[in-house]
Write a protein that binds this ligand. Structure first.
Ligand code: PLP
Length: 399
């Protein structure tokens, strides 16, 4: 009967031949929830003083969510600036029509890159007099002031002016007529650690160092200059870390970096990772599954083959350690995760069919699986989980 139907079909031309016409939900995809991003930004802003602004950090393609989508919803939620890591990320946002101030958090050190940054209305992070000079020359050439943020190192030992020399260097920087200092900032190294509220913790020491410096150069949060120190963890600690701007990434995407969660805050995950069941098989007791045969069935087992693997960004070292949700129920992943596929034990389920959708990250009913769970299982941090998803996974925006 079925074969006859297939043979009778005459209009094969209606099927698409181009990649762009393929259903993004054909295999595995990332669902990006704009509404969640907007709500998270709104909630986070409600923790800030009125005069304190929120910079949405959208580097690494918005932590894998799609930087443009994240930016749009973050701005809707009240973000007033955006932070990216690279020149390319900044240019891409500008070309997509974003008008808000954009800060490049990484370092630009060539005249060429700084000119490109200037011409795209992007603010560079400046960590030395040498770069200040280049920016001043660029500003002079165009007859305007080049807007930038200065960074000081208070304990990361990554970018930033040396804290001990900054006071003296700042005097010199103030004499440059063609730069406009829009911000002064530093970055916390350990704000997500449990002891961060302890007065002797490195986080508090970094804050005190930063405050002392601001006092010495006579800049405070009432000036027009944006003073910022806090990432998500720092922001959630308390208002002492807020100054007049905070830079939030992880919390805006829906996850708290702090072990102790603020009960008044209900952050909503903005990313769901979904996959289609591509095949179903039943194996006998004692049959091995996937490469290496690390899993052997202990009973007659029904397996669903899911079209997603480590080439999509699911860490291979999570093999056998994760679960997948379908209709409010959890199913264990079994055997080694392969490059493009993985198996799930669905024994007992009659509802899961070829073409059914299962959830790897996200929630359904009262079941939730978070990147924090994956991070724990693969001995890393949720930031790394989020930005390891590859372009092979289409990003599908929902409201
Ligand atoms: C990535 C980054 C942030 C955001 O950090 P979260 O912990 O994700 O909030 C803030 N500031 C700088 C300089 C960063 O590089």
């Amino acid at each position: 009967m079925q074969i006859r139907q297939t043979n009778q079909e005459s209009n094969f031309d209606k099927y698409p031949t181009f990649e762009k016409d393929i259903d993004p939900k054909q295999r595995a995809w990332i669902e990006v929830r704009g509404n969640a991003l907007e709500i998270n930004v709104r909630q986070l802003r409600s923790k800030l003083r009125k005069s304190c602004q929120l910079m949405a950090v959208v580097k690494a393609d918005g932590y894998g969510h799609d930087a443009k989508v994240v930016s749009d919803y973050a701005i809707k939620g009240g973000a007033s600036q955006l932070g990216v890591a690279t020149l390319q990320e900044g240019i891409r946002l500008r070309s997509s029509g974003i008008k808000k101030p954009i800060l490049i958090l990484g370092n630009l050190y060539t005249k060429r890159d700084l000119i490109i940054s200037f011409r795209n209305d992007l603010m560079p992070t400046i960590s030395s007099i040498r770069e200040c000079l280049i920016c001043n020359n660029i500003g002079k050439h165009f007859g305007v002031k080049f807007s930038l943020h200065l960074k000081v190192d208070t304990g990361m030992s990554r970018l930033g002016f040396d804290c001990n020399k900054f006071v003296q260097q700042f005097e010199k920087i103030k004499s440059f007529e063609n730069i406009s200092i829009e911000g002064i900032y530093s970055h916390l190294s350990s704000a997500d650690e449990d002891n961060s509220l302890d007065p002797k913790s490195s986080t508090q020491l970094q804050r005190l160092k930063f405050q002392k410096l601001l006092k010495q150069i006579q800049v405070d949060r009432n000036d027009n200059i944006k003073i910022h120190l806090a990432n998500s963890a720092g922001m959630l600690l308390n208002k002492d870390f807020h100054f007049n701007m905070v830079r939030v990434g992880l919390s805006m995407y829906g996850y708290s970096p702090l072990a102790k969660i603020d009960k008044n805050l209900s952050l909503k995950p903005a990313l769901f990772l979904k996959v289609k069941v591509a095949f179903i098989r039943i194996i006998d007791k004692g049959v091995s599954v996937s490469y290496g045969g690390n899993f052997v069935s202990s009973r007659k087992t029904k397996l669903a083959v899911l079209s997603i693997g480590y080439a999509d960004g699911v860490p291979r070292n999570l093999s056998g350690k994760i679960q997948v949700i379908h209709n409010d129920k959890l199913y264990p992943q079994v055997g080694s995760i392969t490059m493009d596929q993985m198996m799930v034990d669905i024994t007992g389920s009659t509802e899961i069919k070829i073409g059914s959708t299962m959830i790897l990250l996200g929630s359904d009913g009262d079941k939730t699986i978070s990147p924090l769970d994956w991070a724990r299982g693969s001995n890393t941090i949720p930031w790394e989980i989020l930005c390891s998803f590859k372009n092979r996974l289409p990003r599908v925006q929902v409201d």
